[in-house]
Design a protein around this ligand. Structure first.
Ligand code: SAM
Length: 222
């Protein structure tokens, strides 16, 4: 399978799977993704009135966990799939969600205290540009939390096999979940990601792994 990550293709794919996105996520992770996301957000210790951008926010769960942790934080969720955003807005009507491409963010330089991105960078065909944008919109000393699949170990391969058997039963959009598996295989390991983030000017702050390193969160500081 060749990995076409053109923005049009990715946008269409997420529009198509939006309605079942949360359901399949819960199924694939046995609900664990929620707990992992909550634990990640806790690492940042966000304070009232601090500004947080949730890039590639999808159906808005990370944005919600930020508000749950700190109700007075100012959170903006960003995604380019209008269907994913529609669901985010319906679920969390008191959070601001905007439609934009992460490669060209409509925010001023140094405007956020934190940027979080969960399971997004892997889907972007120009990840270097996206990371430059994250750096640009962060305030000096601001933190970037990146969360995605981690080491390509045995458990990760088992996950792929489970997904392949589940998708036949639960979705008509098999291509999207086959894409998920291929994009995981082609994605950088957490340690290589950290090196790439450092090349863009970030300093390493913290790494937290979950489920025997199958999932990994890296926190970098501007
Ligand atoms: C796998 S979902 C992750 C959603 C959410 N962060 C989560 O953890 O469940 C990836 C999201 O990234 C969005 N996305 C991919 N490339 C993007 C880009 N260049 N600009 C904005 N959003 C993008 C997709 O539309 C999709 O909603």
């Amino acid at each position: 399978m060749t990995l076409d990550k053109s923005p049009e293709k990715i946008q269409t794919m997420f529009n198509m799977i939006s309605e079942k996105y949360d359901y399949i996520n819960n199924l694939m992770s046995f609900g664990m993704h929620k707990l992992i996301k909550k634990i990640c957000i806790r690492q940042l210790n966000i304070k009232p009135h601090e500004k947080v951008a949730d890039l590639c926010c999808g159906t808005g769960d990370l944005s919600f966990y930020i508000k749950q942790f700190c109700p007075d934080a100012i959170v903006t969720g960003v995604d380019f799939s209008h269907k994913m955003l529609e669901i985010a807005k319906n679920k969390y009507s008191d959070i601001e969600f905007i439609q934009a491409d992460v490669n060209t963010l409509p925010f001023k330089d140094s405007s956020f205290d934190y940027v979080v991105m969960g399971f997004g960078l892997r889907n972007i065909n120009t990840p270097e540009k996206a990371v430059e944008e994250v750096y640009r919109i962060l305030k000096p000393n601001g933190k970037f939390l990146h969360l995605d699949f981690g080491e390509k170990n045995l458990l990760n391969k088992l996950f792929d096999k489970t997904v392949l058997s589940l998708i036949d039963l639960f979705t008509n959009n098999k291509f999207a979940y086959k894409y998920l598996i291929e994009s995981k295989k082609a994605f950088l390991s957490p340690s290589d990601l950290i090196k790439d983030f450092e090349k863009k000017g970030f300093k390493f702050y913290k790494r937290k792994d979950f489920l025997l390193k199958t999932i990994s969160c890296q926190i970098m500081q501007k």
